[in-house]
Write a protein that binds this ligand. Sequence first.
Ligand code: 5GP
Ligand code: MG
Length: 450
Amino acid sequence: MCGIFGIYNHQEASNLVYLGLYALQHRGQESAGIVSSDHRQLHHYRQMGLVSEVFTREILKRLSGRNAIGHVRYSTAGSSELKNAQPFVVDYHRGTLAIAHNGNLTNASLIRSELESRGSIFQSNMDTEVIVHLIARYKEKTLIERTVHALKQVEGAYSLLILTEREMIVARDPFGFRPLVLGQLKGAPVVASETCAFDLIGAKFVREIEPGEILLIDEQGTKSFKPFPQRQRHQCIFEFIYFARPDSFIFNRNVYGVRKSFGAQLAREAPVEVDMVVPIPDSGFPATLGYSAQSKIPLELGMIRNHYIGRTFIEPEQRIRHFGVKIKLNPVKELLKNKRIVTVDDSIVRATTSRKINKMFRNAGAKEIHVRISSPPITHPCFFGIDTPKRSELIASSHEVKEIQKFINASSLNYLSLEGLKKCVKEDAESFCYACFTGDYPLPFQMELE
Ligand code: 5GP
Ligand code: MG
């Protein structure tokens, strides 16, 4: 879970990266950073916090040059501290190299211990740093050759941007786990995790970066390389369920439309006779619209969100998160009194949120609360960049649906079936990774991760 953005050859490069990151803030709220290049040297600034808090006009002015990349971070590998903030910058014998990475590498610690035994000294505990070390070590003449060599060693998920004094490299792993899109702003190539970043700066969407594709962007223009054997795609289905912004177009689809179809399918699979359908803000909204349209049960905004706080999930401690739900959400009592409701949310992870929410609905007078979830039960952790790292924390890994229903105190509980989910992306259902629902991981990974 991270967002990346880059632009090459534009006079307002770092300002545009700032805006791009602002539009990608939902992909990570822990830290933000920008690295720019003025063709002679790199300038960088990284800090913990939201994009709007981290950067000031003065800082952006110092990030001079026509090329820049940026990153917003939500830690999935490595702890939450400044040394792990990205883009990551290193000096080596050929110059300076900056990298911004979205995804998790699955063999990073193996490579890292090898490198360390040969004398490399790491500055962070990020998986991303191994890529930089590999690129810096290899003897090949050109940056693209060294990058290809390095990427052939790493496994797992990466959508990444590399910036040097004069070049920018864009790469997406052969499975295409994380999204990455290419756009254009008045002739300048732009790259982002999601298209919503293009909309803000007025850039035109050109196409997806293909899985296994590497772009070299320099003064000569843009060259595409495909150095890996072609693989079956494993795009992250959770981007559609929860993570990406609904106004984005990724994996060849508009996220909003897909989410709505999940809700409609859920209504077909798990209908219920109630007075109203209530979305759990905000992630549950699009699926709720689909559920309501399909079931013809009226939609009511029975739970209102305070928009001036961050996502409750940001707080790493259970204790704080419990409190967070109440800070963020409040039911409309007059609407709910003595009503039978069906609520729609996108997913249950630990179930602490649903439990709290249902309690609020009951206190507000709802007499039946039927819960519908627009994804299958999450039973397995993700090793490719979504923050569900520990099996023991996933309620569905150890509890049956009936038990979860009891835990969250719902009148009934239904999840979208895996078949139903696949039906909604049927043209290319085999191009997605469903490992968090099945445990069927597309890649072997080091057990230490688990
Ligand atoms: P739970 O209490 O079950 O752990 O949280 C479920 C809620 O968290 C859902 O409303 C869902 O939208 C949201 N959620 C699901 N996955 C993630 C995630 O990876 N990060 C964040 N911030 N929220 C998530
Ligand atoms: Mg939510």
